[in-house]
Design a protein around this ligand. Sequence first.
Ligand code: BES
Ligand code: ZN
Ligand code: ZN
Length: 495
Amino acid sequence: MVDILTDKRNWKESPAEAVILGAFEPNPDGILTELNKLLDKAVEPLIRKKEFTGELGQMKLINTLKKLPCENILLIGLGKRDEFDLERLRRVSGSAAKALRDDGIRTIATTLHNVPTKKATLREQAQATVEGAILGLYQFTKYKTLNKEKIKNVKSLTLLEADKATEEGSAAGKIIADAQCSVRDLVNEPAMTLTPEKLAEAALELKKLGVKVTVYDKKGIEKLGLNALLAVNRGSTNEPRFVIMEYRKGAGAPVAIVGKGITFDSGGLDIKPANYMLDMKSDMAGAAAVIGTMKAIAALGLNANVVGVFASTENMPGCNAYKPGDVVVGYNGRTMEIGNTDAEGRVVLSDALAYTEKTFKPKFMVDLATLTGACVIALGYAAAGVMSKDAALVNRLKLAGDSSGERLWELPMWDDYKEGIKSDIADVLNIPGGKGYEAGAIAGALFLQHFVEKTPWAHIDIAGPAWSIDRKHYIERGGTGFGVRLLVEFLKNVR
Ligand code: BES
Ligand code: ZN
Ligand code: ZN
């Protein structure tokens, strides 16, 4: 883990191996001229040939040849001043940290949190800088045994010219980003080792932070009557788990966050083709984000009353597996016809939502789920889909998404789409029947609506942004940990 430090000194005084300096496009000249003076005209060619323009993400590493206490300066382009915001800061910080780490640098100091932006306070900038760097430096190296000595790690990141606001912001940023990295670890862990039991153990770790954790095993789940969760579990030899995490620091009804925790989604009897099954160890990313959020809010000591819930099982084929055409009686008594065993997420979530509403009578419920490939088709990887009948709740969530950089885009829950999930023999069908898969993400939300009676509720489909096939700015290939920053920001402002 990277140590996050603060230092009152400025970049000219910092003894770090590398100092990060940002400059805006198209006039990075101020900083270049100053550097040129300090480094005895060493950056003259850079200025003359206009090699560094400040274009967003552009980087130049300059050796200071002992003319400054730091060994290197990393110049990074910030793009246009008016377009600069917290998310750009986070990304630039991630790219810079990654580049320095890959160059073998172990101690980094940064001034990025001091970038003038009208849109954010110094505290917020410090938080975003630290988030970007920690997330950018993340690597999942647990299973590497060859060339271990070649794996590079940054020891410390120091925020320069630090004051109280910087210290507070960087402390919050570290808590949130570390929690998000722990979500990445869970998502990247193979399904062979990360069974529902192990996912529940990760939740139990939160007891150390004063979170009350209750884990129901298969027998406990049978007693509770979570039949839909049990139906999906039938094909698997690994037992399911149902987990409740309670963080209470405030009066009144709690806010509930609920996650889909399918530790492997083979599709079940409606088995997936190999290329679609490949990354399905990530189908528990919603549950992992709920664990990570609870971890972050407990460590931050947020003034909020929050219940985190997840239902976890594998979705496997087998002689005992649930079958297409089966009818399952959910926790709230509603019946669902299984049109496709691969639409298992909504089946397990139905029980988690119904149980949470009945037991905790929350003020709001928000669920996070890698629910549909259709949502990935609709929105790609840059945003999660949010669906709700409560416009005010959507608005709050979208605002939290914008400021945390984990963006949401609303898809409509119009009644028109209800036609598609009518069942001939049960209350609802778990896939859009009829012609095919149109509006698949919305169909998922409308299905879940049957299991929420009156609580203001929003469904967030994270199938796109939970997993990355690219390595860029603060993202690595694999699990992204999407949801932690979004939910922490939402819960911070929820009253
Ligand atoms: N876990 C998948 C959704 C998914 C797809 C997540 C791609 C991440 C990336 C989900 O359980 C699923 O299989 N959904 C089906 C639903 C269909 C059968 C109605 C889908 O999206 O194809
Ligand atoms: Zn599925
Ligand atoms: Zn799934």
